[in-house]
Design a protein around this ligand. Structure first.
Ligand SMILES: Cc1ncc(COP(=O)(O)O)c(C=O)c1O
Length: 374
């Protein structure tokens, strides 16, 4: 949670990044809310005991039947970025509390989102007027600066833009009470911009544009920030080939190893195909290599028959045998939830562990209400 004097930014975890039930339960227990993108995600979160007021339906282009589901199950807060969406919501949900998703400058993000979602600043007045004509209640503004944001000034600019939209909304008579600063926070410690640097700039901007005295609640929708480093993939070497390459002026041959794992780009590692925010992985052997153990050039393939199913094209590792394990860190976000069973390969099972200290802390916090509800 980012904290700001008397205010704090309440996390609404982006379920899309990892919808494992224990993760949702755990975050719910420590007071988080949830950003859901569909009926399926809302159903799952509700089934785990989360109350509807802790959910934001944060998809600006929703399916009508999903809006009706939200209405029937008490989920009221939802985003929009177009007139058509307003018309749909007015047809399907009579008590929606709307949040205008603003398109912001995401040019500093590794994975941009504003091309697909977000109203332009110049069209917000018209959209808010249309909401008013349809007798809809608008309560705030959201944005997303893009995944893997590399410049914290993007948040500052977006917060300033959101402030302009708050003014327009208030002039029209809406009670604007919710600012949603989206996701985009890094999940790995070695990312070029740290969470603390981003938080410092966000806190300054909030102090300037939304000071605690204005009474606006601030939420965020972190996805990869929470889960990336929580998961390590253990992939098994299911096959191996040694490729001998003749050297021109020499009798000896270079050996390149080809290893085939039981998980690949159609499984947990699909982000290699489509997510510029996570474009490489660094597998390492589960056993510590001996100090003088030679390393060999190798290619690491996924298990399917498809040749794009390559995990690492070129790396050096000590020699592995069939049955050995390779570990890959930072595998918690947009991994298992996107994996397929292409070619009949089963999804990798998940095993959950928690240190005794963490478990103890959570139990204590819950018993003694140490966690401030958002
Ligand atoms: C609306 C919305 N909120 C939050 C997120 C989570 O983003 P991140 O995982 O970068 O924090 C996404 C990601 O696509 C999103 O579309």
């Amino acid at each position: 949670m980012l904290s700001l004097k008397n205010t704090s930014v309440c996390p609404f975890y982006a379920v899309k990044s990892n919808n494992s039930p224990p993760i949702i339960k755990m975050l719910g227990t420590v007071g988080a809310g949830f950003d859901c993108a569909s009926q399926g995600e809302i159903e799952q979160v509700l089934s785990l005991g989360v109350t509807p007021n802790k959910i934001i339906y944060a998809h600006p282009c929703k399916q009508e039947s999903h809006i009706r589901y939200a209405q029937a199950h008490g989920v009221q807060i939802m985003t929009f970025d177009s007139e058509e969406e307003l018309v749909k919501i007015s047809r399907c949900h009579d008590s929606a509390k709307l949040v205008l998703r603003l398109g912001v400058d995401d040019s500093k993000a590794l994975l941009r989102l504003s091309g697909k979602f977000g109203a332009k600043l110049g069209s917000c007045q018209h959209l808010l007027q249309r909401a008013q004509n349809l007798d809809l209640e608008v309560i705030g503004v959201s944005f997303h600066v893009g995944c893997g944001c590399t410049d914290s000034k993007a948040y500052r600019q977006a917060i300033s833009d959101a402030h302009c939209v708050f003014n327009i909304g208030e002039e029209l008579g809406f009670k604007m009470t919710l600012l949603d600063i989206g996701g985009g926070f890094p999940g790995q410690n070695d990312f070029k911009l740290t969470f603390e640097e981003i938080a410092a700039d966000i806190n300054k901007a909030l102090e300037e544009f939304f000071p605690p005295s204005c009474g606006v609640s601030v939420i965020a929708e972190p996805g990869r920030y929470y889960v990336t480093s929580a998961v390590t993939l253990a992939a098994n070497v299911i096959a191996k080939k040694v490729i001998m390459e003749e050297l021109t002026n020499c009798r000896t041959a270079n050996r390149t190893m080809m290893y085939y794992l039981n998980d690949g780009v159609y499984g947990s590692i699909s982000f290699l195909l489509h997510d510029p925010a996570q474009s490489t992985v660094s597998p390492y052997p589960h056993r510590k290599p001996k100090p003088d153990e030679p390393v060999y050039p190798c290619v690491i393939w996924g298990p399917t028959c498809d040749s794009v199913d390559v995990v690492v094209k070129n790396t050096f590792l000590p020699e592995l045998q069939v049955g050995d394990w390779l570990l890959i860190d930072n595998m918690g976000a947009y991994t298992h939830c996107i994996s397929t069973t292409f070619n009949g390969f089963r999804k990798t099972p998940i095993y959950y562990v928690m240190s005794r200290d963490t478990m103890h802390w959570i139990q204590l916090s819950c018993t003694h209400s140490l966690i401030k509800p958002c």
